[in-house]
Design a binder for this molecule. Sequence first.
Ligand SMILES: NC(=O)c1ccc[n+]([C@@H]2O[C@H](COP(=O)([O-])OP(=O)(O)OC[C@H]3O[C@@H](n4cnc5c(N)ncnc54)[C@H](O)[C@@H]3O)[C@@H](O)[C@H]2O)c1
Length: 333
Amino acid sequence: MKPEPLRLGVIGLGRIGQIHFSNLRGAIGNAQVVAAADPFSEARDLAANDGITTHATVEALLETPQLDGVVVCSPTDEHANHVAMAAQAGKHVFCEKPLDLSVERVQETLTTVQAAGVQLMLGFNRRFDPHFAKVQSVVRNGGIGDPHMIRITSRDPSPPPIDYIERSGGLFLDMTIHDFDMARYLAASPVTEIYARGSNLVDPAIGEAGDIDSAVCVLSFANGATAVIDNSRKASYGYDQRVEVFGALGMIAAGNERETQHQWLTATGEQRALPKHFFLERYEAAYRLEMQAFVDAIRNEEPVPVTGADGLQALLLGLAAQESMQTNRPVTL
Ligand SMILES: NC(=O)c1ccc[n+]([C@@H]2O[C@H](COP(=O)([O-])OP(=O)(O)OC[C@H]3O[C@@H](n4cnc5c(N)ncnc54)[C@H](O)[C@@H]3O)[C@@H](O)[C@H]2O)c1
C-alpha cells in the first residue's frame, strides 16, 4: 500500500470537474489535488483561489512532479486523448463517462492503458449511490430470487444547453449510458438484445440538433431477465431517479431522495417534498464514494471497481440503441 496520500491532477473544471475537485479537497481520505488544467482562465481561477497550481494544458499538468493519477472531466470528445496522454505518462486515470463515442477509439485507448500498466476507472457514479448499491447487493445475494424484470427511470429536470447536446453523442450515449451500466450492474448477465424508441417532445431545438429527448429501451439478458429503461430530458417535478428489480421471490426498489423527508397529511390530501433537484444534490454521496473507491483501489494496488471494459459495454449498448431506433427493429448483441 502507498503510505502517502495519492497526488492527483484534475483535468477540466466545469460542472463535474468542480464536484470531484472539491471532494478531493476535503471529503476524500488519503488523496490530495496537486494540480488542475483547463484552457479557460475563469475555470482555472477557481482552483488557483484554493492555492492549487493550474495549467492551461494537459501536457503541462502531466509535468507535475510525483503525480500519481488524473481525474478526467473534460468534454466527452477530449476524454480518449486525455486518458491516453496520462496513461503514456504512467499515471492512473479516473475518467468521466463516456470514454469516447467510437468503439475503435475506445478499444485503442484501452490498449494504450493496458500497455502502460496503469489503471483506468470509469465514472459510472450511480453504482456508488447507497440506495442503488443496496438494491444490487440484495439481488446479488439472492434476496429476491432469480431476477425477472428490471425497471429504471431516469429523467432530468431540464435539458442541458444545445451546445452541450451537440457534443454529447446524443441521448443514448450521454444520458442512457448511465442506465445501461445500471442495468448491467443489476442483472449481472450479458445483454443479448435491445429495442429502443425515441422522440423529440421537450424542445424542438434538440430535434434540430439531431437528437431526441424522450426514450424507452427494452433490454433482454442472457439469464432471461428483461429491463425497461425510460428517459426524459425534462421532468417538470425535478430529477426522477428510480430502480426496481422484480424476481422469483420478491421485489426490491429504490426511489427518489427528496429535499426533505416529511409527509404532510390533512383532510384535503397528502403532500411530500419534491425529489432533489439534479445530479449534484441527488448523487452527492455517490460522487464522494466513487472517488474514494478509486483512491483506495490505487493505493491498495487492487483492481478499480468500474473498468474501461464496463465503459465499452455501455457504449456498445448505446450504439445498438441508436441503430434500433433508426431501423425500428430489435438489435442483437
Ligand atoms: N457522471 C456524471 O454524473 C456526469 C455528470 C455531468 C457530466 N459528466 C461528464 O463529464 C464530462 C464533462 O461534463 P461537464 O458537464 O462538466 O462539462 P462542462 O462543459 O461543464 O465542463 C468541461 C470543462 O472542461 C474544460 N475543457 C475543455 N477542453 C479542455 C481541455 N483540452 N483540457 C482541459 N479542460 C478542458 C472546459 O473549459 C470546461 O471547464 C462529460 O463527458 C460528461 O458526459 C458526467
